[in-house]
Ligand binder design. Sequence first.
Ligand code: NDP
Length: 296
Amino acid sequence: MTATLIDGKAFAATVREKVAGHVARLKEEHGITPGLAVVLVGEDPASQVYVRSKGKQTVEVGMNSYEHKLDAGTSEADLLALIDTLNNDPAVHGILVQLPLPKHLDEDLVINAIDPAKDVDGFHISNVGLLGTGQKSMVPCTPLGCLMMLRDHHGSLSGMDAVVIGRSNIVGKPMAQLLLGDSCTVTIAHSRTKDLADVVRRADIVVAAVGRPEMVPGDWIKPGATVIDVGINRIDAPEKGEGKTRLVGDCHFDSCAAVAGAITPVPGGVGPMTIACLLANTVTACCRANGLTEPE
Ligand code: NDP
């Protein structure tokens, strides 16, 4: 391996430490405890793990965590009523509705019912518009975590060629907006992109957010490029024993690491940064709600 490993786990720990410092100051100087409400509908096992982890880390940095677990058959009206209650609760500064929602619920309708000022996931249409027009917004946590790691590694990203593979509303598109905001020349690739390998080979920065295990091989990577692997894919790992599995990213780690200048591992890269950014966004929302200077 020649690439520098971008250690998202360690970086996330420093972000959480800063968040804990801001939370302590908010309590001491203003008597305010930031609060994050997480709403989970149904029993999707991966979502349950994420929600548990978010709740635990929220409490660890000194904030209040409010978990609302609703059963899979919850009606849209009941979910909207809960969101309305949370929108009007002054102890709640951030609201996150864990996605995906069960099929009978309209995700867009539900997300757009959240008060944009409390939309710490940054998925509300107002925040999407603000981000797209370069205005102050709530920035989606996963792309924000990627951007923080890129800035930390490179300093300025100005003029770099960036390729984002994936155009979802939660990762690919906001990632592209953030890179554009940092003056990269941005290409968004997707399932219909022709000659993906050639497109990726031009990139100084590759962000892979596809959801296909080890899809990007090392020979697509320009020597010295930075690879940010957002993908989290569980695959069989017979070498670990019968029925065992392991997590891999969207990039083939060993071959990419042999060519890249820097790379994030999976696990331990983008994943931990996502939750750290959620906590940071909650502090930001709390400061804005109380007219206080927000952390940088
Ligand atoms: P989506 O399924 O919503 O989007 C996947 C994107 O990849 C689509 O735009 C799709 O293109 C594109 N795509 C699919 N196949 C190909 C292909 N063969 N070549 C090029 N592009 C392709 O996924 P998400 O954005 O929600 O998530 C992507 C990955 O990131 C997943 O593995 C997910 O688990 C992970 N993730 C990780 C997070 C973290 O905290 N680390 C947080 C969120 C997601 P098209 O639009 O044309 O269909």
